[in-house]
Design a protein around this ligand. Structure first.
Ligand code: ACO
Length: 349
């Protein structure tokens, strides 16, 4: 109901771009025009890790479902990954990239403390119009960035948006801590969103509903023990794994149902579930609670590990490129991460 009212409010918004005015007479939707991703070449297997910490392939597979992860080369930084994914998404969209007037980049591993890594991507793409900024919501980053871009598109502040999740988590891992270093990987994924008129119903293509949540009382359950203000260092990732696990399935399931509820869509109408790839056991637990079948769940955690903000667009890209997700399919994205933060986005492809 709430989102329907919002759509009606935005019916008559005008969008100014390149000195031309677009008048929308119907509700505006953010439709995915293209998608792309990038994984660093170097693959690190569980057996490779067993050579540097006291662990085993068996333990990692059993507890997390991870078999391998990609790790950025020494001379590769987050913006390099983001730019490669962004270029692939723009090519897939078949648009002139310089027409993008909004870049929202989700990362917890920016090139520098500031400026935003998004501005580096903007410059590399030759874009001089519009705005670029980063969003920091750890593993929920891409879902938060997508929701932010959608809101800006629907209220007429942007016409074509590039939404990126890009991480080099390998740089903030304590490679002596076996309880964390085996779980994460590097990568990037991106989508191009475009404003299009819809009918204001669930049959529209584009983003249909979204919900973001956070609860800062869990700050110290998953955090990095450094920062410019506190220690003047970058720090390493620290995690109370079982505590995170305990909250993950519950938070994911509830935010998914709340998002569907916003547009009165039963879960039976969802074709594909593309969850944040943290741990296979969390994915299985959430899917079971939501009564989704195994076939509906897109899984990449086995090959990518947890790539934080990059994991959802990486998984989405894989399922689109291999033909599973087709135009008009209903896709449900969700994520949970440090903070805690969590959220979901419902869209029609
Ligand atoms: N290899 C071998 N043994 C290990 C390793 C390892 N890599 N890591 C920990 N262990 C040991 C521990 O020391 C402990 O040993 P002990 O019993 O002698 O003390 C034992 O294994 C069990 O440790 P637990 O932490 O209780 O293991 P658990 O079954 O909870 O699995 C894991 C740990 C995989 C981290 C799990 O808790 C988890 O997945 N939590 C969610 C964390 C997560 O996904 N975070 C990502 C970010 S948040 C998000 O995206 C949702």
């Amino acid at each position: 109901m709430q989102s329907r009212l919002m759509l009606n409010t935005f019916n008559k918004l005008k969008n100014k771009k390149n000195n031309s005015m677009t008048t929308y007479n119907k509700p505006v939707r953010s439709v995915v025009l293209g998608i792309g991703s990038y994984l660093p070449e170097k693959i690190v297997t569980n057996d490779d890790l067993a050579k540097i910490v006291d662990t085993s392939d068996e333990w990692i597979r059993e507890r997390s479902g991870i078999h391998q992860r990609h790790i950025a080369a020494d001379d590769e930084i987050t913006s390099d990954l983001a730019i490669k994914a962004a270029k692939r998404a723009i090519k897939d969209a078949g648009i002139d990239g310089t027409k993008i007037d909004l870049i929202v980049l989700a990362t917890s591993t920016p090139d520098n403390t500031f400026p935003a890594t998004a501005t580096k991507v903007q410059a590399a793409l030759g874009i001089t119009d519009g705005v670029a900024f980063d969003v920091q919501a750890v593993c929920s980053g891409f879902v938060f960035a997508l929701n932010t871009a959608d809101a800006m598109i629907r209220c007429g502040q942007a016409n074509k948006a590039l939404v990126i999740g890009a991480e080099t988590f390998s740089r903030i891992l304590d490679w002596k801590d076996r309880s964390t270093c085996v779980l994460f990987g590097d990568g990037a994924g991106a989508v191009v969103l475009g404003a299009q008129e819809g009918e204001g119903t669930n049959n529209d293509r584009g983003i249909l509903a979204a919900k973001m949540r956070s609860d800062g009382k869990h700050y110290d359950k998953l955090y990095v023990d450094g920062g410019p203000s506190s220690t003047q260092t970058v720090g390493y990732l620290r995690m109370q794994g079982p505590e995170v696990f305990k909250h993950a399935v519950k938070n994911i399931s509830s935010v998914v149902l709340e998002t569907l509820d916003l547009v009165h869509m039963p879960i039976s109408q969802v074709d594909w579930f593309v969850p944040h790839q943290a741990n296979k056991r969390i994915l299985d637990g959430a899917a079971k609670k939501l009564k989704l079948t195994r076939d509906q769940v897109v899984v990449t955690v086995d090959r990518h590990g947890n790539t934080s903000a990059a994991s959802v667009p990486l998984a989405l890209d894989e399922a689109v490129k291999d033909g599973r997700i087709k135009p008009n399919d209903v896709v449900l994205l969700e994520a949970m991460g440090g903070g805690f933060t969590w959220g979901a986005v419902l869209l029609r492809w």
